[in-house]
Write a protein that binds this ligand. Sequence first.
Ligand code: SAH
Ligand code: SF4
Length: 397
Amino acid sequence: METKPDIKSLTRDELAARFAELGQPAYRVDQLLDWLYVQRATSWDAMTNLPKSLREILRQHFTLQTLELIRKQGARDTTQKFLWRLHDHSLIESVLIPANPSLYGEASDRHTLCVSTQVGCAYGCKFCASGLDGWKRNLQPNEIVEQVQAVERWGAEQSRAESRESSAPLTRPADTLSPSDGERDGVRGARPSTLDPRLVDNLVIMGMGEPLANYDNLLKALRILNAPWGGGIGARKITISTSGLAPQIRKLADEPEQFRLAISLHGATDEVRAKIMPVNRKFPLKELTAALDYYQSNKARMLTFEYILIAGVNDSLEQTKPLAALAKRLHAKVNLIPYNTVEGLSWSRPDEETCENFLAALEKQKVIATLRREKGHDIDAACGQLRLRTEKELAHR
Ligand code: SAH
Ligand code: SF4
């Protein structure tokens, strides 16, 4: 069993402390960070402006794990799913979504990446593929950070392939930069022009797993992804989605960062919500909304309520009244999502008219709401399904 920490699980301060212990000069930390988060190097040997002896020391003390892409679904410029294999052969998913300004946060012409935080999920919501096989383990901070890095590397590789096809001048892969390039770019400054611009500018923590049940690793990863020396993604462009763990919501409210929060609500009364989400028994709406009041009073950020419309379960117009009341009280906007059928689960999505009527009823009550209308929901389906299918296929081989 590997016990060394991974290099991408450490913050700049932690690295600085380790480098001091190892007798290394402080400027080497910035050179290393440049290799990790600007060049996105995948091996120690690529870090050519670090002395060989230092690379050896790093190899002895840290791992440098990368995610292995084993399956990808979806065409370029549409929603794309990535299935990754971790070092222990567990499978996780990330989903890259072309920007949809109305969904999370400000307008953007770029991409949103949805990342996973656990292998499986212990919360067992009745609509969700992620929890079907239960919970396996928490992701380490580096495994959360690496989902962004790996997608960025994939995007850069795609752009290179495209420019090769159109026989435009070549951009070189980061790992083959010459030592002199490394020296020039080693001290962090502007992004080197040989690298492609970042693909991911919004992050939603809405993939497999309950992020707030992996609180410490999540916060560490988000701090690395948010830092100017790391991922450089603004806190306001990071949305954490939770099934409603009230104590952790309060804890998050006390953190200095301005992360956005989305609540998987799916029911606006305890009776309806408990049918869909077992977690509602532990943290009923009264407790959840009290925690959200606290979050709002500390952060004054717009909350989002995720509300999957499931035929005959939570789609009656009756539900719009308590839903509108909650949304108005908490200054939340409502994101309606027609249910995606999950293999092995019996529920189905309501017809289009029911969804449109539900939206109209909310709007009439002066709630800011959106309804996801994209077609081809096979691929738009939430995280967990590609993994489940692949696990089944592997088991039947
Ligand atoms: N555990 C966290 C984050 C992951 S699940 C949470 O519960 O918030 C996040 C979201 O995935 C759900 O709220 C829902 O919006 C979406 N989702 C999951 N299964 C879905 C399905 N079958 N159809 C549509 N959306 C789904
Ligand atoms: Fe877990 Fe979220 Fe799926 Fe519920 S909706 S089972 S909390 S991943």
